[in-house]
Ligand binder design. Sequence first.
Ligand code: GDP
Length: 448
Amino acid sequence: MDIEQIDTIAAIATPPGNSGVGIIRISGGLVTEIAAQLIKKNLTPRTALFSAFLESDNSVIDSGIALYFSAPASYTGEDVLELQAHGGSVVLNMLLRRVLALGARLARPGEFTERAFLNNKLDLAQAEAVADLIASSTEQSVRSAQRSMQGVFSDQINTLITELTELRVYIEAAIDFVDEEIDFLTDGVVENQLISLIKRLEVIQQTARQGRLLRDGMTVVLAGKPNAGKSSLLNVLAGHDAAIVTDIAGTTRDVLRERIQIDGMPLHIIDTAGLRESSHAVEQEGIRRAHEEIRKADKVLLLIDARDAETKPLLDSIPEGLDITTVYNKIDLLNAAPEIKNTEAGTQIYLSIKTGAGMDLLIQHLKQSVGYNDATENIFIARTRHLEALRKSHELVQNALHQLQTTQASELIAEDLRLAQQALAEITGEFTSDDLLGKIFSSFCIGK
Ligand code: GDP
C-alpha cells in the first residue's frame, strides 16, 4: 500500500499524571505532513531535534525533542514521529489535540504493535511478549519476556515448523510413487524423525509451562475455620500487614487478595472469610464470595488448627475437583515437629506460622505442585494459548507416529503433520484468526 494512504494514528504513550517527560507517538502516512505544520523544521531520521511544537496560529504549545523514524525502519514499519514534551496531562492533551487536528486519529490499545505485527516487524509471540514485558511483576518474568521478544521462542517454533513441512513433503512424495511407498515409510527414517519431533515438542512444552507460570503465577486460596491462622499465613507470605489478624472469630469478612512472589513466581493469594454458616448479613456475603474464589483456584490451602480434629465437615464444604493441601497449623502448641506427608487424601503439612517451623516445607510444596523450579535462565514467557497450541501439535505428531507404526496410511500421516504444523503456526501468528488478533491487541495499553 502507498504509504500516504495508511491512516495515521496518534496517542500519548506515557501514563497519565505528572512526570518530567511525556511522549506522544504518531505513526502512518501523514507523519511528515504533520511534522511540517507542528515543527516547521526539517527532520532527519533518527536524529533528535529540539524544537517548539506549534499551534495553528504559531503560538507555542510546548517545546521538546522530536524524533523521526522513516518507513520501514521504525517500530511499526511506517513513518513514526515521537514528541517528547513536558509530562503534564493538560499540555500533552493540547499537543495530542493539535496532532489529531492535523489529520491523525486516536490509536486503539495496542495498535502500534498490531501494525508492527502486520508489517512483519515482529511475529505474534513477540508482540505478546511486548505486553507481557510491560506487565511483568517480577524480574524473572521481565527476563523471560525479553527472551520471547527477541525471538527465542519463535525461533524454536519456526525450526519445528520447517522440519514438519519437510517431513510432510517427503511423505507426500511417497504417496505419488505408490510402488515404493511402503519402503519409504518402513526404512525407519520417518519414524526416527517423528520420535525426535515428539521429544523436542515435549522439551518446549516444559519450558513454555514454566514461562506461563512466570507470567500468570498460581492462585492459592486460603480456606479454613476462623482462627485457624489464614490471615497470619497471608501476612507472613506477603511480608507485611495486609490482613487484620485478631483473636475474635469471623474478623476476616471480606475477600483479601495479595500478589506476592516466591523465588520469582507470582503468587495470587486469596484469604477468604471463615467457612462457617453465619446469620450475619456481611459475613454471609463474605462466605458467598469465598466459595466463588475457591472454585477458580489452582490450589486450596486448607488451614486447620492442629489441635482441632474435626476436618470432615470443612472438607465437605470445598467444591470437588480442587487440588487441596491440608495445613495443620500451630504445632508449637503441641510441641510437634514440622512434617510433610503424602497421603491418599492429599498432601498434609504440619507447621507453625507463628514460629516459622515448617514454612520451608510449605513453600517448596507450592512450587513443586505447579512444576516450578528455580532455574529460569532459559525460560521464555508463554501464555495459555501457546500451551494449548503446543499440546495440540504434540498430540497430532503422536497420532502420526501411531499411524506409521500401525496402518502406514500415508495420507493420514501427512494430514496429521499438516495440522500439527498449523497449530504451531498459530503461536507465531502466521495462521491466526482476526478475532484472536483483535483480542490479543485490545488487551495492550494505549500508545503501545
Ligand atoms: P484466621 O481467622 O484464620 O485468619 O486466623 P488468624 O490468622 O487471625 O489467627 C488467629 C489466632 O491464631 C491469632 O491470635 C494468631 O496469632 C494465632 N496463630 C496463628 N498461627 C499460629 C501458630 O502457628 N501458633 C500459635 N500459637 N498461634 C497462632
